[in-house]
Design a protein around this ligand. Structure first.
Ligand SMILES: Cc1cc2nc3c(=O)[nH]c(=O)nc-3n(C[C@H](O)[C@H](O)[C@H](O)COP(=O)(O)OP(=O)(O)OC[C@H]3O[C@@H](n4cnc5c(N)ncnc54)[C@H](O)[C@@H]3O)c2cc1C
Length: 460
């Protein structure tokens, strides 16, 4: 079933739904572009998988043995979680070790939380997903310890790089690269202090070396490389993802662990496009090609690829302002642009609204804002897109969000909203609005696009 992944680490794990077996959270059903004329595709439809691709003959083969011919193919196969085994730690199969990528993982996580009420949870990883999971576990009255190799949460994965882990990692033949994270130590410290006030313990600068198990194969403790041992009733692993490229190995140019595309999302084979988490595309602001793992880029890349296919003459190069966001406890932040250059902090770091600008080569290239108004979020997006010259970074820091508001007001460009951010998570019996995104809707639809055309129109 297509579903909103961001919801799975947020609203889906709220205690009222985790505790209730009679009114569990459930995701809304929704139409995708393949469901024409109000047709809702069945779960079985989505279980049909492509098992091989022959680009030379322009065919796909499905698990049921069907061969589908295409004229144009869009690859939107997304990503899969990185398993601990990639770091030479075994045990991922244990009943109380959880990963989180899809609805089945989320349902399993809920069941594991239920099975160890008020127990100890170890969260491995320090990225935004791990932070969201830790917040959800605390809200479910678990005793939470986070373990990550960096000095701070959501910081650059320096430890892994220095120790050479990432250089050697291979899943299905694809080499992974380190993804830089965006919190500065000051921003990270703010969130860590709050998490600690809610009871979360942090163990930094190390990673698990092994697990201890009981006679039922359940983890009872996590042993760390620094010699520490943490008793655990459950473990949640959020150490990153790797793009699903194995079907396409050797058929297209790959780079940075993903499928390399041009500014119209065309791969090295002009009849094949790649979008979403799997695509490595040119980002002007970065001045390089890059792979992103966020719904906004998944949705917009899919939209642009469709336009490039349907109206090639009217569609130019993709001009994208990267947007990342996250939500945990009552926090909600957005980041636009690039975190290159000097970071200038602004706002009230003892309060609830603060941020940072990144100034590179005398220009604003990135903006982070926690707790802003919709107008402020739009302003930092506009200002980052404009890349105004900054002569005095300290002054920009003193102005804070007023700087972005002024720049934005003077130029008044159009900032599209993050479509779908107000999509609903349908809850029974009441309906609440949750923070979620529709990006996945479109991206998931697109992964089925070639399949649908293949079934209905054997030739394009
Ligand atoms: C728990 C969680 C929370 C998140 N929170 C946020 C957030 O707060 N903000 C944010 O910006 N991003 C968030 N993300 C990231 C975001 O969900 C992804 O960036 C987005 O889903 C990527 O979309 P995609 O379509 O490229 O890939 P996916 O969503 O991974 O979709 C790929 C689809 O392809 C299908 N597929 C794969 N292989 C095959 C095959 N061989 N045959 C047929 N189908 C196949 C898969 O089953 C899947 O349906 C979150 C992700 C998770 C897991």
């Amino acid at each position: 079933m297509p579903h909103m992944r961001p919801t799975l680490s947020k609203g889906f794990l709220l205690p009222e739904f985790v505790r209730s077996s009679t009114a569990p959270a459930r995701l809304p059903t929704f139409h995708t572009c393949v469901g024409a004329n109000e047709e809702l595709l069945t779960p079985q439809w989505y279980e049909e998988h492509v098992v091989s691709v022959d680009v030379g003959h322009k065919t796909l083969s499905t698990a049921s043995g069907e061969t589908i011919h295409y004229q144009t193919l869009i690859i939107a196969t997304g990503a899969q979680v990185l398993k601990l085994e990639e770091f030479r730690v075994s045990g991922s199969e244990a009943g109380n070790i959880c990963y989180l990528r899809d609805l089945a993982d989320a349902n399993r996580l809920v069941n594991v939380i239920r099975s160890c009420t008020s127990g100890s949870a170890v969260v491995i990883g320090g990225g935004y997903l791990a932070m969201e999971c830790a917040a959800s576990l605390v809200s479910n009255k678990m005793d939470v310890t986070m373990v990550f190799p960096e000095a701070h949460c959501s910081e650059y994965l320096r430890f892994f790089t220095e120790h050479g882990f990432f250089e050697k990692i291979r899943i299905t033949g694809t080499c992974y690269v380190v993804v830089p994270r965006l919190f500065t130590p000051k921003i990270a410290t703010y969130y860590e202090d709050y998490y600690q006030s809610r009871g979360v313990k942090f163990i930094r600068g190390t990673i698990p070396s092994s697990f201890e198990f009981d006679s039922n194969g359940k983890v009872t403790a996590v042993n760390l490389r620094d010699g520490n041992r943490i008793p655990a009733d459950m473990v949640v692993v959020g150490i990153g993802i790797g793009p699903n490229t194995s079907l396409f190995n050797g058929q297209f140019t790959m780079e940075k662990g993903g499928i390399k595309v041009n500014g119209k999302f065309q791969t090295s084979d002009s009849s094949v496009y790649a979008v979403g988490d799997v695509a490595v595309f040119p980002i002007d602001l970065y001045g390089r090609i890059h792979r992103l793992e966020h719904v906004d880029s998944a949705r917009k890349s899919a939209k642009h690829a469709i336009a490039a296919i349907l109206e090639p003459d009217k569609t130019g190069q993709f001009e994208y302002l990267p947007l990342f966001y996250s939500k945990a406890f009552a926090f909600f932040w957005r980041f636009y642009g690039d975190n290159a250059g000097e970071a200038v902090h602004f706002g009230d770091y003892s309060g609830t609204t603060f941020g940072a600008y990144w100034i590179n080569n005398g220009r604003l290239v990135g903006s982070f804002l926690e707790g802003g108004t919709e107008q402020e979020f739009e302003a930092i997006a506009n200002a980052t897109r404009i890349k105004p010259a900054v002569d005095d970074p300290a002054d920009v820091g003193r102005q804070g969000s007023s700087f972005a508001l002024n720049v934005s007001e003077k130029t008044k460009p159009q900032t599209p909203r993050i479509e779908g951010e107000t999509c609903s998570l349908v809850l029974e019996p009441t309906v609440y609005a949750w923070h979620a995104t529709a990006g996945v809707v479109l991206a998931a639809s697109v992964s089925a696009f070639a399949y649908w055309y293949g079934r209905r129109r054997r030739r394009w």
